[in-house]
Design a protein around this ligand. Structure first.
Ligand code: 3NM
Length: 215
């Protein structure tokens, strides 16, 4: 179930968009995204009421299309909206504590190595976000790219953990990422920076689904 939802995981905040985030999400939904993360971070990111209002509208769209809505690093917002889950990084609120606060909502944790995967699992994470696989332009403080080999390494040691790979993933690399052992891809720019969002999202979806069927 979780592995299916992770197939094409769209991550986005207003800063990532060159047009109305609601229009971007609408097109991405039409293209076939399977999960959504509201990640309102970076220079110029909305805060307070503005952030809440945007989250509320994006959540409505996801609800209407049965797409899990995950909030990045803001448990209060996730609880206020009754969102489907929370995603936290290694420097954010501790995963154990987030799990206690959100009950059985989805918990995702960003990881960079096997040790962090094991810690995330002991904090009862539902999935891990592994990255950056390739260099990324969307996260200023991203660590060094870990490459496809890290996906293989983690999959070899943790056969069942739901893994979504993130960082610099494009139509050109999505297939390899799934073949290396990821259950899905998480992307910002491959969708946000696409000239034709609906069509490019659909293409990404097809690539991922085709690679998963063969796996
Ligand atoms: N987290 P793009 S990399 C949000 O390594 C995020 O944990 C990362 O954006 C991590 O698809 C990243 O444009 C940015 O590369 C992903």
């Amino acid at each position: 179930m979780m592995k299916q939802k992770l197939s094409l995981y769209f991550v986005m905040g207003s800063v990532d968009c060159t047009k109305d985030p609601l229009a971007v999400l609408d097109e991405a939904i039409e293209g076939g995204i399977t999960m959504f993360q509201f990640r309102e971070k970076g220079k110029g990111a909305l805060t307070g009421v503005e952030k809440y209002r945007l989250a509320e509208k994006l959540f409505e769209r996801c609800l209407a299309h049965n797409i899990p809505f995950i909030v990045n690093d803001d448990v209060d917002l996730a609880l206020a909206l009754q969102a489907d889950g929370v995603h936290v990084g290694q420097e954010d609120e501790a995963a154990e504590r987030v799990r206690d606060r959100i009950g059985d909502r989805y918990l995702g944790v960003s990881v960079h190595n096997l040790n962090e995967v094991k810690q995330a699992l002991s904090a009862r994470a539902d999935y891990v976000g592994l990255g950056p696989i390739f260099p990324t332009v969307s996260k200023k403080d991203a660590k060094q790219a870990c490459g496809l080999a890290m996906i293989e390494h983690i999959r070899a040691h943790e056969k069942h953990v739901p893994i979504v790979a993130i960082g610099g993933i494009t139509q050109q690399t999505a297939k390899q990422v799934i073949e290396a052992g990821a259950d899905g891809i998480a992307v910002i720019s491959a969708i946000c920076r696409a000239e034709q969002i609906r069509e490019q999202t659909k293409r990404l979806y097809e690539i991922v689904m085709c690679a998963k069927q063969k796996g």
